[in-house]
Write a protein of this length. Structure first.
Length: 146
């Protein structure tokens, strides 16, 4: 089932008044067990041969609902592919805009940043993401070759 951290986030929010349904819990469990980000199609493929099989549109609908609850984060690669992970896995990335190579950052530089209530303008924070974009060393070398 969903982790204690995820459940505490879920219970802290008025948007999360209702418990997770079985499909949402199973998707969250799959993301937590994976140890790395997964696309909606990756999740769909993992579920195909299980009793928890669901259609691709259903996977994406439940991922969106989990994201709205602050339990799942989504990041988009330069290719347009969306990758999902539980928000409790605080992972940020360097991404090459040429080849799409992605490297995780070792630490989050945002942990010591605190927004003042007036900066939030009524927003209730759920999670944050941070990604830097650039050109990796391999692509730089390839681009420099005449």
């Amino acid at each position: 089932m969903a982790s204690e951290a995820a459940v505490s986030v879920m219970n802290a929010s008025p948007l999360n008044a209702s418990p997770l349904n079985a499909r949402q819990s199973h998707l969250l469990d799959q993301l937590q067990a994976a140890g790395h980000e997964l696309s909606g199609q990756d999740l769909h493929a993992r579920l195909r041969s299980t009793p928890h099989c669901m259609g691709l549109a259903t996977v994406y609908r439940h991922l969106r609902q989990l994201q709205q609850r602050g339990l799942v984060r989504c990041r988009h690669l330069p290719s347009g592919e969306a990758l999902y992970a539980p928000t409790e896995r605080d992972e940020h990335h360097l991404t090459c805009v040429d080849c799409g190579r992605t490297l995780p950052l070792r630490a989050c530089p945002m942990h010591d940043v605190h927004l003042q209530p007036q900066q939030l303008e009524g927003f209730r924070l759920l999670f944050h993401t941070l990604e830097f974009f650039g050109i990796c060393a391999s692509c730089q070398e390839r681009q420099d070759v005449p």
